[in-house]
Design a protein around this ligand. Sequence first.
Ligand code: 8X3
Length: 254
Amino acid sequence: MSPRTAVVTGASSGIGAATARKLATAGYHVVLTARRADRLESLAKELTAAGASVSAHALDVTDRPAVDAFAASLPEVHVLINNAGGAFGTEYVAKADPDDWRAMYEVNVLGVLNVTQALLPALTASGDGTVVILSSTAGFVAYEGGGGYVAAKHGAHAIAATLRLELCGDPVRVIEIAPGMVKTDEFAVTRFRGDADKAAAVYEGVAEPLTADDVADTVVWAVTRPSHVNVDLLVLRPRAQAAQHKVHRVPGEG
Ligand code: 8X3
């Protein structure tokens, strides 16, 4: 039997790269996509050398014609991991730049729409498709300075919830994984526009924030449940984070 094909967006780093690695280990043919072709190529090389079946496609999920061309190039798709996303800026609503909000809506909401729409025919034709949307706890709770990201992730949650209703009766399940505090190389640095000190302060004193591997583990667990089992929505946080504003910090930790 040929391996099932899984497409991962934002696969060049963080949760996307970790998920691609684990899907490859689980026996999937993994199609790596992200904007940064050089990083994709090195991940593809690493996985191929380890015996995995992978291919790499440079792709910006906000570029619809490129997404359509990418979809047309795939012979089959069984699993789509909508992971590409990000937060840009921490300004309060009163001061936020609409361009940042637009960019967050583009990648976190329209990016998911673009790729999901383009691959849905193939996912349905597979007879056993799975769409995963990596949302965030920001899809459920607001916090100061989070405005544009919170709005966008509420949008990502809305796509998952709506699509699940609309696909009821079709052979495609829709899984939403909503992580809380995850320490990755890039998420907070991007949010703080490259300010590594401010990014590090997010995790200060937190003994064990989630890692990209923790989230990838959960994504792959959900995807590999039997086809009739749909993990609708899974919220994942570190033990030290009981709620968005309730984070246990110990000086010297983290
Ligand atoms: C990232 C989690 O708390 O920064 O999606 O919104 S949070």
